[in-house]
Design a protein around this ligand. Sequence first.
Ligand SMILES: Cc1cc2nc3c(=O)[nH]c(=O)nc-3n(C[C@H](O)[C@H](O)[C@H](O)COP(=O)(O)OP(=O)(O)OC[C@H]3O[C@@H](n4cnc5c(N)ncnc54)[C@H](O)[C@@H]3O)c2cc1C
Length: 501
Amino acid sequence: MNVAADAPTDGEVMGLLIEETRRFLAREVDPAAIEASGRIPDRVVAAAASAGLFALTLPESHGGLGLPLRSAGTIVAELARVDRSVATMVGLHAGLGTRSLVVHGSDARRARWLPALAEGERVGAFGATEAGAGSDLQAIRTVARPEGSGLRIDGEKSYVTNGGFAGLYTLLVRTPGLGGERSFSMVCVPRETPGLSVGPEEDKLGIRASSTVTVRLDDVYVPSDHLLGAPGAGMDLAHEALGWGRVVMATGCTGTARYALDATLAHVTARRQFHRPIGDFDAVRMQVSTMAATLFAMESLADRAACAAEAGGDLTGLSAAAKVFCSEGAFAICDAALQLHGAMGFLEQTGVARALRDCRITRIFEGANDVLLVHLGAGLLVARARPEAPSSGHPAFDEFERRLSRLVAENRAEFGIRGTQRQLLTSRLARAEVCALAARASLDRAATDPESAELAAFAVEQLTREGHRQLDALRFIQEDERAAASLSKRSYSPWASGRSA
Ligand SMILES: Cc1cc2nc3c(=O)[nH]c(=O)nc-3n(C[C@H](O)[C@H](O)[C@H](O)COP(=O)(O)OP(=O)(O)OC[C@H]3O[C@@H](n4cnc5c(N)ncnc54)[C@H](O)[C@@H]3O)c2cc1C
């Protein structure tokens, strides 16, 4: 599709692309059949390429559409409404799979690979995780050693999304010869490079058609200009790309949640029990309203993170918050959708069960939420102070924000840097911070869209209450730490799990 030639304005490009995406989904994507086959058919990958879906975030100078992340996120959300495996393929390509090359690749490598990536002739993949290095990327063992005018790479990357058919792998590797023993670098390896091989597809709980494989590198040799950015800067590049990728993932979660909410609205108004639609019961109304408010807040926070990504600067905290909030929100919304569908939700034919399965992984990949939360909380404790936010015009929320700032400051003063090691402290502060960010984004969105004021007010009310709950729980940290330490000592032992002789 030659969108740029047909439509000069950004709005028109987006309109066309959304239409094209919907046509692609309607014509090519049958999520149940794709899931059952366990792979995205070549025909669907080719149709996605024709629809321009691999070009979203790539620069126009190299055949891409050059869309801002916000617009690309809209397309990924549109895909995720229908098929999370297809959305994951496109989202990973637009995010982690190509971001470092776009920003840090040499002119020659960008000119060589980006046009093929934009056309979908090569699909992007990203490999950081290894068998012994998941949340702890410092434990990476795959190594690239300088040799002649290139790098010799050996190792193995696990769980590589798109890995089964990717044309270009961006890998985070240890590079001891480039800036010290603990140096890491990011390197691109094209599929056809001798020594690169891929394992069989993993059998998964969800996104079953998304390709997930192990990638082996045996004596792989690449020229040194396959290195991205400065030698030894790999960890920074990986975090930068993960910041970008998490925003794409957060927007994908809004698409899945939108599907689940729409399905629920249709069901609760049609399904009758006790002589009335089940949607007339207060308990159901409350659940549906909570789903709608959560989705509103998810969209608001994902959008805020996407705008921040476009503006440049450090995305680490905001993208992690958006990823955590949207992945948990999508799972909660899908779970509520399944509950409100009753037995029908448990059957495959409604599609809600698949949505629940598919979105479960988003709480784990691109950084497990538990780990992101402790880092986010630690970041709050080491920052000089929480930035003072202007009054929101919502007194209860303003009061909560002041309480959060006060408690961050008090804990910083009391524990100093040691506080960052107390995970119950950091994760509870982080959860409160995520509530604050989501509420603030919701209020700002409502300010530009008066129609949404009631929904935003409900979302902010719920988030404020949840934020207070997290802050209330700070009082119990010491006893919770003690109880968890003691109980885990017991329950990790064979005696507690009944495995004693
Ligand atoms: C379908 C799928 C696709 C994936 N795609 C990719 C990809 O394309 N590229 C890639 O590089 N990786 C990919 N991954 C890997 C994914 O990013 C990792 O699984 C994730 O980072 C977590 O690592 P892990 O599984 O080793 O979990 P672990 O690090 O073993 O952690 C397990 C759990 O322990 C807890 N935990 C661990 N450390 C801490 C801590 N410090 N504090 C508190 N709790 C902690 C958390 O609850 C965590 O969920 C994919 C995984 C899957 C399943």
